[in-house]
Design a protein around this ligand. Sequence first.
Ligand code: CUA
Length: 369
Amino acid sequence: MHPRNAAARLRAGLVPCLCLLVLAIAGCSPDGYPQTALRPLSDFARIGDHVQDQTLYWALGTFVLVEGALLYAIFRFRGKPGDPEPRQVHGNTAIEIVWTVIPALILAAIAVPTLKGIFLVNGKPQGQLLEVEVVGHQWWWEFRYPEYGIVTANELVIPAGRTVHFTEHSVDVVHSWWPPRFAGKRDVFPGRETRIWFKADSTGLYPGQCAEFCGIQHARMAFHIRSETPEAFDAWIAHMQTLGPPKAASAPAPAAADSLRTASAGASVQQEAQGDPLAAQGETLFRNKGCIGCHSLQAKGAPTALIGPNLANVGSRAYIAAGWLKNTDENLEAWIQDPQALKKGVLMPNLGVKPDEAKALRAYLRAHK
Ligand code: CUA
């Protein structure tokens, strides 16, 4: 075959390949993937994103230069039939020095922002910090706000524009807390504290995920971060602080109200349940089916060391089952009836709840907002 024909065919083959490459790269757009680290929404996430961008630009430049030189050499110096033997060379000190020094300089240029970033993200941030404790459980996340004395689970609420400092540990195995839009991964260990921080610069609801294999439901150990304006955050805190223990001891309660009391139901919820017979039935079931042994319905002064997630404001959360199932009435009832079918191996047992009982329990939980 004539060499010119071969080159033309190679060039003709390159066009569809390049088109496919462009399509593939377009398919990598983060739009359809909310759990992406490529669209940072905090100071912390931007540090990592900056290092990644720098590395990518250097790698891209190197790739284009090296592959360009290679392609040029292939076509420019292609052997033809009858060519004489090329001149044989052995070693070239100047070239060897150049191709050692240039990569060393590139690595140094990448190392500077990398090391700076490592020191920055591992340092303790300054300013008016909001302290939050993150506790990993098989397979859900607990969030404690020691400053306000409240606890919640699986949906972390934070104020945008204020640095949040997280102190993390686990009560069972090793997990890894990862809010991709806001920060990197941080392993959480039993008996040891790790720390992370970030200042969110946007409001909205964003997903997070456990990033360390921790058992059968590791993949569904998710959570969400609800970033709010400072005013909405303060209002949320003030509301959560009302979800305390019932004021049972103060005065003898009327018989009707008595039936709505549990060890952990909040006072505001009792009133809501009183107006709704279905919710009142759910309250009795919550106690009699044993739900109360694993879940607290108090945000303030909640008992610690319970196996199940805190449910004080479960009625208003966007998701149930650790950030995995949309919090619709249908899903909530299905979950109460048969958690093992939805999340096999989850520590919540099937309690033999019938469909009408699930409706009542759903109504009761929905009232906890
Ligand atoms: Cu917890 Cu994986």
